[in-house]
Design a protein around this ligand. Sequence first.
Ligand code: ZN
Length: 244
Amino acid sequence: MIAIKASIKGDGVMKIMLDAGHGYNTAGKRSPDGMEEYEFNRKVALFAKDFLDSYQNITVYFAHSDDVDVPLKQRTDSANHLKVDAYVAIHANAYGNKWNDAGGIETYVYPTKPKEAVDLAQKIQKYLVMLTGLRNRGVKTADFHVLRETNMTAVLAECGFMTNQKEAALMHTEAYQKTCAEAIVKALAEQYHLVKKQPATAPPTSTGLYKVQIGAFKDKQNAEDLVKRLKADGYDAVIDFVEK
Ligand SMILES: [Zn+2]
């Protein structure tokens, strides 16, 4: 429990910004069969927000928007302004623009390798590889805007190659989008010791009554006398006959 408190700052709410790379008009990478990267990234971000909402004391922000393509500077400015605790950029990779065998998962941190970012990146990489079963390309460094211009722990995950026919087919599916989201959230939960909300269906802690036996008599009249006195004093007393 101490670890949980230590990881939650200020007002006790952990702020996480999810950044689905690119936008509808700056589509990013694309697959040879016409899927645009933003379409995949935004779905993973949506599912990740759903998963994060099942944890206590978390506020999730999106750096991107479906209404307007948010420039990179605006994304990192808002992360810095909101003082979010962690920034996770979600992307998909490509190698060239034709189908080929390049494939797998990689996660990026800034070249100075800030320790917290490396820790988070390694966890994201671990869970993405574990849950997707794709090739592990490792944690890498890159001078990306979102890693350089953010003041907080920031990582960028590349969730497979859009130019790999097998991986692109996976990216089309909600199951794979959810799997990537789940991996990212598992990593965040592990890094920041996030605690699940109590399920709504959990039984209330106590609805029962505790009863205290205050006498045992062989003679019924003695028992009835005690009940009479207790009732006079305002207690709800009953006789419980136990056969010997
Ligand atoms: Zn991208």
